[in-house]
Design a protein around this ligand. Sequence first.
Ligand SMILES: [Fe+2]
Length: 472
Amino acid sequence: MRLLAAILTLCAALVAVPAAAAARAYVLIGDGGPVARVVTAAATCPVLRVDGRDVAMAVRFAAATVPQRPTASTPERSKPSAFPVTVCEARLPLETRRASVGGVALPLPKRVVRRIVVIGDTGCRIKAADNAAQACNDPVAFPFARIAARAAAEKPDLVVHVGDYLYRENPCPGDGHGNAHRDARGCAGSPWGYGWDAWDADFFTPAAPLLAAAPWAAVRGNHESCARAGQGWWRFLDGHVAVAATQTCDNPLEDQANDWSAPFAVGLGKGAQLVVLDLSIAPNKPLAADDWRAAAFEASYQALAGFAAQARFTIAADHQPILGFSANIGNGTTNLVGGNVGIQSVWGRHGVRQLPPGVSLLLSGHYHLWQQVGFAGDVPSQFITGFSGTLEDVVPLPDPLPTPASPAPGVTATSFASWVDGFGYMVLDRVSTSHWRATVHAADGRIVDRCRIDGTASRCTVARVPAEPTHP
Ligand SMILES: [Fe+2]
């Protein structure tokens, strides 16, 4: 009897192995369509089951510990990046009806995408240079897990993350590094740096329900630059398949080649598309003509223009807002600041609308708030969704906006809505190919604003959603 029990226990353990080994399984829409990714503690890749057939997964990255490189932090607050995980991938044919890894079903793309969840700037901020220590262990102060679970319940067809996934760059101040901090207990014991443990705590664990709910289109943020979390970016979330062996951010001498990547289009069906851009290395100052980033951003513009010419409705997604507003306080007054000057200095040469003809809507993050801006004339609307977990911006935008309000030379905002100091996510629902509805949700799912998008035009019901203070 005891032998039988032991055999049964052994069998159960063997059956459990594939599921346990597939620590994280998710689907990205990348440069070649949908791709299944698996992050596993095993040295080899699991088998992907597609419509009753076994499909071998390729190793995208083997497990490795990357020696410490120069980072955005001081050497004392940096360390080698340990990735004790194998990252596997396999393209999924568009006509796939069922796909699973270790018995766990993967979410599959819809031929016509009708509902998109849009989130951004999701990680828990621990950054010594800013004396910032968000209470990562407090689900109210760091609500990404709640937001991901609530957003998953919206049953999206696609999730768009507009960038900045990893914020735990330095040790929690109470963990024996640096000075005591008033919030230190809230982040006690947090992993930090740019290795798998920080990625898992800051992104994969809280995002799990939303990764299971739908395929993702992942936009790269400046937090994923090579000097920050770029190593994890290339391993886990970059949408290009079968990348070159040097696309790692492991070697600082190769950063220039790895801090930018080519855009790709994500079909949304019936003449609509999303174009994912990697302009994450953009500084907020004009780029000299001979700066490598100027040539890279020009290539992005030309590729986006090419995609936009082939669809009736194009949504562009990049991390830094090109046509949005932020606010800061200087000399005792609130100053309104326009969109990213670095991108404008390259794209604005093509015309005042900044984006190529045919682009109707721009999704961005980077500013830690929610915002909508509509414009006079044929200028794309800008939406900002950098409000899904990290410490919020709290400087209120001027109310009303100065007249005229212009985030870029020659464009004038004609409609404007914002939510400063409130956590949440946005849902885009298709009405027709060029007509969408946007609803802005708080972390608990409540709708705090509703907007209409009609071609390049947009307008929301509530101009200023009241702050719901997010800071302790
Ligand atoms: Fe950012």
